[in-house]
Design a protein. Structure first.
Length: 501
């Protein structure tokens, strides 16, 4: 929480900054790869269709889009045999819940087989790559090395249990593995699959407003045109990326509970800034079990965050658009490369497909950036700069008895903010506004839809009993909750439900 640390007067050692960037960069890469393949790919990829693929043609397809070594007909035949075993057993396991044969699937069998092979390979990749967190953070998720004032992981070239030359070499190897997988598998797959679904460049836009807190602090001696973070902070209104992002003011953040099962002192009609926020449950919905909610009243356990009274999308698309508008050279180059490869204009960014592409671009740029941070760490290690923690504020008795502050960062899913009030040395109030609340919020006191709600407007559905189109847009946000979708007709009668616990 950089803002709180600054308020306490802590100057974080450079090595702690670098380690923090590496830990978060590794989390973004692993999380985005998992999302693309294991949480979202099967909305676009028909696994059963892969059983009819010509493995020679699949091999040629793979070789035409990248130099990934797993590309022989024999390799794809082995994957096809594994899938056939699943299907013939009648127990599809992790593939059991797909809408196989759905008319909305467009990939040819060979592309489906290639994607299915990479789905399985991504399981192996992410299992190995997240060892990055084991080396630097002790565990994943929730690394154990963060401390007030820095990190708990020492730097010492002579110690086995410290960051040393072997650690640097290990980090470089894992970093190169990630870069290889992202450039040779993830990005080529993204472009190949997206080329069959260009109609989704016109669906799922949402309100068109974007918020990013920015992330990855730069070295003290380095600054970018937009500030001291590699990804900038800012606000975009009305899809306007032709001008620089507006300055983000946390005072303008407010949360409504007008349609949420909470109550505010003084009434629920107006928003409250999280610094003064309240979380008082007040369930007024139907008693379970029930089939429908009355969306004219309160209907969600999520609050409705708004910035300047406006719904804001957060996440990879928001980060990439804010960076694009700020003039981030690498972001602009890679976004333009994707648009050119697909033959699409800039308007395609504001869509379900744009959201998927932005996540891929962010993963690629993070994978390229990781070696730079490793080099920074290595230079400090070699020069004898081993300071990893600034202890002056370690003891809470040195903190003011009464204080308040806020901290903001970016998680893979989007903007993450924390607000705290301390009174008489104790936490009096603590509020968090997380990415899924920004994106998944219900309507607010002005009747404005949340981002998910707005993004679904106008979505064509080929088969209401199997609403894969709805899942495509909802999953493009990487929601941090069990996926539960109900489809009802105009009379409010349930048509079908999709639930993943």
């Amino acid at each position: 929480m950089r803002a709180v640390e600054n308020a306490l007067g802590i100057v974080i050692p450079d090595n702690a900054r670098i380690l923090r960037n590496l830990l978060e960069g590794a989390q973004f890469i692993q999380d985005h790869v998992i999302h693309f393949y294991h949480l979202h790919a099967l909305d676009w990829v028909d696994i059963v269709s892969a059983l009819s693929a010509d493995t020679n043609a699949t091999s040629l397809l793979q070789q035409s889009i990248s130099s990934w070594p797993n590309s022989s007909p024999a390799y794809f035949q082995s994957v096809k045999d594994r899938l056939t075993t699943f299907v013939n057993s009648g127990q599809l396991g992790l593939f059991a819940n797909g809408y196989w044969g759905h008319p909305a699937y467009k990939l040819p069998p060979e592309a489906n087989l290639m994607a299915a092979a990479h789905y399985l390979e991504a399981l192996d990749f992410q299992r190995e790559y997240i060892k990055f967190h084991a080396v630097l953070g002790g565990k994943n998720p929730h690394p154990q090395t963060y401390l007030v004032g820095g990190m708990a992981l020492p730097m010492d070239r002579t110690s086995t249990w410290s960051i040393n030359d072997n650690t640097i070499a290990q980090l470089r190897t894992m970093s190169q593995t990630a870069l290889n997988f992202v450039t040779q598998v993830y990005i080529p797959d993204l472009l190949a699959i997206a080329s069959y679904y260009k109609d989704w460049a016109g669906l799922g836009a949402g309100p068109g407003n974007y918020l990013s807190y920015g992330d990855w602090p730069a070295a003290p001696q380095l600054s970018y045109p937009w500030g001291n973070q590699w990804l900038p902070r800012g606000i975009i209104y009305n899809k306007n990326i032709s001008v620089a992002p507006q300055v983000l003011d946390p005072v303008k953040i407010g949360e409504y509970v007008s349609r949420s099962w909470y109550s505010y002192t003084g009434g629920d009609a107006l928003p409250k800034n999280p610094a003064l926020g309240e979380t008082v449950p007040n369930y007024t919905g139907p008693q379970p079990p029930f089939e429908n909610l009355n969306t004219d009243g309160k209907y969600s356990w999520l609050k409705s965050p708004r910035y300047n009274d406006t719904p804001m999308e957060v996440g990879p698309l928001a980060r990439m658009l804010v960076a694009y508008a700020a003039g981030h050279t690498q972001v602009r180059q890679e976004i333009n490369n994707v648009l050119a490869a697909l033959g699409l204009g800039a308007a395609a960014l504001f869509s379900t497909l744009g959201r998927v592409a932005a996540r891929g671009v962010e993963t690629l740029l993070a994978a390229r950036k990781m070696p730079d941070w490793i080099t920074e760490l290595e230079i400090n290690l070699n020069s004898g700069n081993l300071i990893i923690h600034e202890p002056s504020k370690w003891n809470p008795t040195t903190w003011p008895a009464d204080a308040q502050g806020w901290g903001a960062t970016e998680a893979p899913r989007g903007a993450l903010g924390h607000w705290i009030q301390i009174k008489n040395g104790k936490i009096e109030n603590y509020q968090a506004v997380v990415a899924t609340v920004w994106n998944g919020s219900p309507r607010d006191g002005k009747g404005q839809r949340g981002v998910w709600e707005e993004a679904l407007i106008g979505t064509p559905i080929a088969d209401p009993q199997r609403p894969v189109e709805v899942l495509r847009t909802i999953h493009s946000f990487d929601p941090c909750m069990a996926c539960s979708v109900h489809i009802v007709d105009v009379r409010g009668r349930e048509v079908t439900r999709v639930r993943v616990d």
